[in-house]
Design a protein around this ligand. Structure first.
Ligand code: ADP
Length: 258
């Protein structure tokens, strides 16, 4: 079996459960995963009433012009590494948007995909541990597909964008989901078999974070100001701080602002 071809841990071809409306695809995916849903199962919603971001933030997804879904995973790797799935998913989203929609998507560490500084996709990964390791992980993905500028709330008008806004034409969400799963499967198999290093290389190619001045925030508190210089072998962000020190930040509760 050739693991490089992505045949060992299939993600594509598994059930996609579509709901017209859900509170949150992540919440429903956790219920499915707890009841034993297999790896690769997708929970998709036409719209979300309570879409979640990190740290209790809201993910606006009340319109069915977006692609809102959550993928259920059962990673074989140590739970310590499972946070890397967020970076892996960002690589797969960027690859899909570039390849399928001609959108110059870049990754903003750790969990956003942006175009010219505006967010086009957000990712929220969560996991459940048991005595032996990771029982399951879920990766929630929201892609602004056919949202027009007028669909964006006042809060988002300046900071968000969509495939329609960027490319000028409507895109097919079903096609994007299919291409994403194909890309994700390839990177996920590589990660399970040989770790993070190839994903890290691709992440660096697609990143829109390194070389930029950043504010690192813990909740709403700025804890470091400096220049983003790299990501570690593990995936944490390295920042050359203004005080001259080199600091490293884990995904956890941290967010950055340019
Ligand atoms: P952060 O950007 O700090 O990492 P999150 O990843 O948790 O935060 O994403 C939540 C934030 O994303 C919200 O506070 C809001 O600014 C923004 N947001 C919410 N909905 C959308 C959307 N549909 N498209 C783009 N950005 C959004």
């Amino acid at each position: 079996m050739d693991t490089e071809q992505g045949v060992e841990y299939p993600i594509q071809g598994k059930p996609v459960h579509y709901f017209k409306e859900l509170d949150s695809t992540n919440t429903t995916a956790m219920e499915f995963a707890s009841r034993g849903a297999e790896e690769g199962t997708v929970i998709r919603a036409g719209r979300q009433l309570r879409g979640r971001g990190r740290l209790g933030r809201v993910w606006e997804s009340g319109l069915d012009a977006g692609l809102w879904f959550t993928l259920i995973l059962r990673p074989r790797r140590d739970s310590w590494f499972v946070a890397q799935v967020t970076l892996l998913a960002a690589v797969a989203v960027a690859e899909t948007l570039r390849g399928t929609c001609g959108v110059r998507a870049m990754i903003k560490w750790p969990n956003d995909v942006i175009v010219d500084g505006k967010k086009i996709c957000g990712i929220l990964s969560e996991m459940r541990l048991n005595e032996t390791g990771t029982e399951y992980a879920i990766v929630g993905i929201g892609i602004n597909v056919n949202l027009a500028q007028s669909d964006l709330s006042d809060e988002l008008k300046e900071k968000a964008t969509s495939i329609l806004i960027e490319s000028g034409s409507r895109a097919d969400s079903d096609l994007i989901l299919g291409k994403f799963l194909e890309s994700f499967e390839k990177w996920y198999n590589l990660w399970q078999v040989s770790g993070f290093s190839r994903i890290r290389e691709k992440w660096i190619e697609y990143n829109g974070t390194l070389g930029r001045p950043v504010l690192v925030k813990d909740d709403d508190q700025v804890i470091c100001e400096g220049l983003a210089t790299g990501i570690s072998e593990y995936g944490s962000l390295q920042v050359q701080a203004k005080d001259g020190t080199l600091q490293e930040f884990d995904f956890g509760e941290i967010s950055i602002r340019f």
